[in-house]
Design a protein around this ligand. Structure first.
Ligand SMILES: [Zn+2]
Ligand SMILES: [Zn+2]
Length: 280
């Protein structure tokens, strides 16, 4: 499902437990490949939040299809805890499907930075789930003149540059984050999540059959987690996904309208779990 929020293009499909794929088409970036839609073939960087099947199952098709289409080997970004299993899995998968499975791997621990291109980088942080999970914040990169050089003439600046001074510093501006599967705890722990323009996160449960406490035990968010912690959801845009297939998209939309405080609701875009899989 294609969305445009805060001038950022997104393409998201997600059903809790079944599949999740989050894509930033303008940057050729995907995060998680629970399945592998055709639209992900041109994504050269794939960030994995964790290795549950609904977040990683599409990786074989992605890797093999890029090779078949003559595209460059993809870069897979994965947490330290899963790196060795990932490499073994890809080696065996390559033998099974008789493809070389060429790819690059970047192994990350919380806080690590991954450079995507000159305009964009990502940093990982620890989410809270039943498997080792990291969310990612994507930062726009800009070089800005250091404050101490403000007000100098172009020829002064040129002179300093020629004398070997570094006049500008890189500024990271947080754009968008995707938490992966998580409990509410990550929002208490990571203040940067309140500074992004676009928050993409999960809400798996919406009624009292699985309440807030039980949702947390299962490593997920409940709608009450947002309602009870409005100060953590101050971002200009909030994208909710990964809802359980027990609820129809229509039912969830109604629950959101009935229960979510208005000032949060007007910033929410909900990705229904029954949205069509365009171009799969
Ligand atoms: Zn999941
Ligand atoms: Zn999971």
């Amino acid at each position: 499902m294609r969305l445009r929020v805060q001038n950022i293009n997104l393409d998201i499909i997600s059903v809790g437990g079944l599949y999740t794929v989050v894509q930033l088409p303008n940057y050729k970036v995907a995060i998680d490949l629970g399945i592998c839609p055709r639209s992900s073939f041109n994504k050269a960087h794939v960030f994995f939040t964790h290795t549950h099947a609904d977040h990683i199952s599409g990786v074989i098709r992605h890797c093999a299809s890029r090779r078949l289409l003559g595209l460059t080997p993809p870069t897979y970004v994965i947490g330290t805890e899963d790196a060795e299993n990932f490499k073994s899995f890809m080696a065996v998968a390559g033998k099974l499907v008789r493809s070389d499975m060429e790819y690059k791997i970047e192994v990350v621990s919380p806080g690590d930075r991954v450079d995507i291109n000159k305009q964009l980088c990502a940093r990982s942080y620890r989410s809270v789930h039943r498997a080792p999970t990291q969310g990612y914040i994507f930062f726009e990169l800009r070089n800005k003149l250091k404050p101490e050089y403000h007000g100098l003439t172009p020829s002064d600046l040129q002179g300093l540059r020629e004398a070997g001074f570094e006049l500008s510093a890189e500024i990271e501006t947080p754009l968008v984050t995707y938490t992966g599967d998580t409990t509410i705890d990550v929002f208490h722990r990571e203040p940067t999540l309140q500074q992004v323009k676009v928050l993409i996160t999960e809400v798996t449960f919406f009624d009292q059959d699985v309440d807030k406490t039980e949702a947390k035990k299962r490593g997920h968010m409940h709608i009450d987690d947002i309602i009870d912690n409005p100060e953590l959801f101050c971002q200009p845009a909030i994208v909710l996904m990964h809802s359980s297939s027990r609820f129809s998209g229509e039912t969830i939309q109604q629950i959101l309208e009935d229960r979510m405080p208005k000032d949060i609701l007007e910033r929410i875009t909900f990705v229904p779990n029954d949205a069509p899989l365009d171009g799969f």
